[in-house]
Design a protein around this ligand. Structure first.
Ligand SMILES: C[S@@+](CC[C@H](N)C(=O)[O-])C[C@H]1O[C@@H](n2cnc3c(N)ncnc32)[C@H](O)[C@@H]1O
Length: 339
């Protein structure tokens, strides 16, 4: 049964109880911490807590050896009544000192946490890497991504990129010219069947409608492509106005064996040259980053080669007027009627 208003007001008329409630509204505290914050004996604090508990003004939970207490809002203590009290707490005698001592109590918690992590830091990566997070980190990243995105992973191979993308976007269209690679990608993405569509096709004749996708990822595929400009132009065609292109690939290198062993048409790509081709194909805001990561491959004879990587990201202009202003040929202009 809810505490009657006269009883409630009588309970709240005690300044110590008001001070305790004021602290518990700030943070959940153990009884010992609360006693230190109000500079009173634990037994005196416990007596007051008993009264507050009986009036259902507290929530309690056990954590190991400690009982943690916090203010219970809702039925017993209506929000509007608490708001009126809270706005006047500063005038309660002892409140300022309580807050200073509370800070010291919380500081002890901080010190304890800091000391723990200082101690375990050297082993943390080894210990922490065994902890599973499911898709929690991906879901966190997904909050930065606009909802409802449809993206294409072109030259998807066995679906490395698509497996990452599928966790953060609405739908992925995975495209490759090799039926066997697509079949493996399908197996690897079996758990996401509703979100991924597989299409077979060439990069310079993408099996995508005009303006079908919001973004295109081309990871480690452009060095396989015979006609780069045609591929860039077709990606531009398949992107919506404002759509994004993201390319990662190898910078020029000297591992000639990769031509034969990995069917690489080019030993890496000149990123500056690719940027200017992307601009000619109608992309804007084209940016090149050299990555710190390397693509590590095993050369014949067991030798390992670490090849430098770059990343290019670019954007399709938002509207046709922009395109015209940039002097793009009509064939490359954004269709203003496109949704
Ligand atoms: C090195 S794998 C990269 C796979 C994946 N994107 C990744 O990051 O791991 C290159 C893939 O691109 C595909 N590919 C190469 N040239 C292509 C083209 N012209 N059109 C479509 N796919 C192509 C290959 O079949 C292969 O699956």
């Amino acid at each position: 049964m809810a505490t009657s208003l006269p009883t409630l007001l009588k309970i709240l008329a005690d300044p110590t109880r008001l001070r305790l409630l004021g602290l518990l509204a700030r943070e959940e505290l153990a009884v010992g911490e609360l006693a230190r914050a109000v500079a009173m004996s634990q037994s005196r604090v416990s007596n007051h807590l008993k009264v507050l508990r009986e009036a259902r003004l507290l929530d309690e939970r056990r954590e190991g050896a400690h009982v943690l207490v916090q203010l219970a809002r809702g039925a017993a203590l209506p929000d509007d009544l608490w708001a009126a009290i809270e706005s006047r707490l500063a005038a309660v005698e002892g409140r300022a000192d309580d807050l200073t001592r509370l800070e010291a109590v919380l500081d002890e918690r901080r010190k304890k946490s800091r000391a723990f992590f200082d101690r375990v830091a050297p082993e943390w990566d080894a210990v922490g890497s065994a902890f599973e997070h499911g898709s929690a980190r991906w879901r966190a990243l997904a909050c930065l991504v606009a909802p409802g995105l449809v993206v294409a992973d072109v030259g998807c191979g066995t679906g490395y990129m698509a497996r990452a993308l599928v966790r953060v976007v609405e739908r992925v269209i995975a495209i490759d010219h090799s039926a066997a690679m697509l079949a493996r990608a399908k197996e690897n993405l079996a758990g996401h069947a509703a979100q991924v569509e597989f299409r077979q096709g060439e990069l310079d004749r993408l099996p995508l409608a005009d303006g079908e996708v919001d973004a295109i990822f081309a990871s480690l595929v452009l060095h396989h492509v015979p006609d780069l400009f045609a591929a860039l132009r077709d990606m531009r065609r398949a992107l919506k106005p404002g759509g994004r292109l993201v390319v990662t690939d190898l910078l020029p290198h000297k591992e000639a064996w990769m031509g034969e062993a990995m069917a690489d048409l080019k030993l890496g790509l000149d990123a500056t040259e690719l940027k200017s081709r992307a601009e000619k194909a109608g992309f804007v805001d084209v940016a090149v980053d050299r990555l710190d990561d390397a693509y590590v491959v095993e050369a014949p004879g067991g030798r390992r080669a670490a090849l430098p990587l770059f990343l290019i990201h670019a954007r399709v202009p938002q509207n046709a007027a922009n395109d015209a202003a940039r002097g793009l040929p009509a064939s490359l202009r954004t269709n203003p009627d496109r949704p």
